[in-house]
Design a protein around this ligand. Sequence first.
Ligand code: HEC
Length: 165
Amino acid sequence: MVHLFKPIIKPVTVTLFGVIGVGTAFASSDCDEKLLTFEDWRDWQQITQKPVKSVGHSNNWVGIFVNELANETYRNAGALYPVCAKIVKPIYDDADGKSVRKLTIMVKMPDGFDAQNGNWWYATSDPSGSRVVPKRRRADCISCHEQAAKTDYLFSEDVLEAEGK
Ligand code: HEC
């Protein structure tokens, strides 16, 4: 199983300027795509207070959860995300958000992964976040997310606006 070699979480200090306090080893080992896990996504920072109607993902009810590394950048809808920033978007069955159908996922990878498209890794998963299927045809996701290139490929501006922030 992939989780055998899951690295120990190291303390990280985040500032507006990115990540300090950890060396480059952090980026390359913890963001190895074979080791990525998402089982704790429900404990992440929740951008959406309640399910919102998706614009890009087929008129579904969705939520947006960000890990600690992605939180500040998402809320400021601006600068480039630090490596290992993770965003999970649950697709709900309906507006009450109790039942999750699946997850769509983006993770910021180290430079060189896909520099032309902002080095984002795209995936989908079952609701638990454990059965992750990396998108082989990332181009499908990128073709739309590139519209948000000025906010590093995330539609944070639109989402924050819908949230009234
Ligand atoms: C037709 C356009 C479109 C396509 C194709 C698309 N997205 Fe999105 N995506 C959006 C929009 C617009 C949002 C903002 C929230 C919303 O409307 O659902 C979004 C939001 C997201 C988010 C939350 C982060 C954010 O940008 O706010 C994730 C994660 C995500 N998409 C993953 C994916 C993945 C993975 C794929 C490919 C399987 C994909 N998307 C394909 C338009 C698209």
